[in-house]
Design a protein around this ligand. Structure first.
Ligand SMILES: [Zn+2]
Length: 245
């Protein structure tokens, strides 16, 4: 029964994630404005705004103007629902609630960095501060059980390493290979992962980045890899993999 609750709650949170992904980069309010059709601007009735089901029921076309609904909406909703569900299946209840909150923020970072090449500071700060608080008050809320010193030191190492890389690239080659967003992000993820898993995230995310470049960026000038997205995806996988192995 709780399993169904996690799934439904995940779908609803996924719907809210879509709102954040659409509005935050445009500096728009996220809590009080009702959803409107991006094509004709008409307000969407609540029964046409039910996660995943409305998309299927409307066969992917807006009820107001018949234009296509971006597939991003049901995909994000389903993905969030699945993440919450898997969290519930793999971890104890307090851990799965904690991870669902953290993964929600990380999912926002993944998608917004991918679409807009922006990482919001307040999301990074949230990861850093929440990770440190959990490591002090109750490390067991984090399935990796990261204690305070490990959390702080790993966060600082991540920050220092990426800051140094950023500085070197700027100085030697005059390019911004890493944004400040990436620097704060690796600190936040490091706080949650601890040092051992921090080494994993460096390797997995680099691999993902290179793979993405080979697929899409090979023949383009000024190709920018959404490295924050790669970090976020690796982060979520590490939690699941470390539970399995
Ligand atoms: Zn419309």
């Amino acid at each position: 029964m709780i399993l169904i609750l996690f799934l439904i709650f995940g779908l609803l949170v996924g719907s809210f994630a879509n709102v954040c992904i659409q509005r935050l980069p445009k500096n728009k309010e996220i809590f009080f404005t009702r959803s409107a059709c991006p094509h004709c601007n008409q307000q969407i009735e609540w029964f046409f705004n039910i996660p995943v089901f409305s998309y299927l029921y409307l066969a992917g076309h807006a009820n107001c103007c018949g234009k296509k609904i971006d597939k991003q909406y049901p995909i994000i909703e389903l993905l969030t629902g699945l993440l919450f569900l898997i969290n519930y299946l793999m971890f104890n209840i307090s851990q799965s609630i904690t991870l669902s909150v953290i993964f929600f923020i990380v999912l926002l970072i993944i998608v917004i960095d991918f679409k807009e090449r922006v990482i919001f500071d307040f999301m990074n700060y949230f990861l850093i501060i929440s990770g440190i608080i959990v490591s002090i008050i109750n490390p067991d809320l984090n399935p990796l059980n990261i204690k305070f010193l490990n959390a702080v030191i790993t966060g600082l190492i991540g920050f220092g390493l990426f800051y140094a890389l950023r500085y070197l690239f700027k100085k030697k080659r005059d390019i911004e290979a890493l944004g400040m967003g990436d620097v704060y992000l690796i600190a936040g993820l490091g706080v949650w992962l601890g040092f051992e898993k921090f080494l994993y995230i460096l390797s997995i995310s680099s691999f993902l980045g290179i793979f993405y470049y080979l697929l899409f960026g090979k023949n383009k000038d000024n190709f920018e890899i959404p490295y924050g997205s790669a970090l976020g995806i690796s982060f979520i996988f590490i939690f699941y993999l470390s539970k399995i192995f």
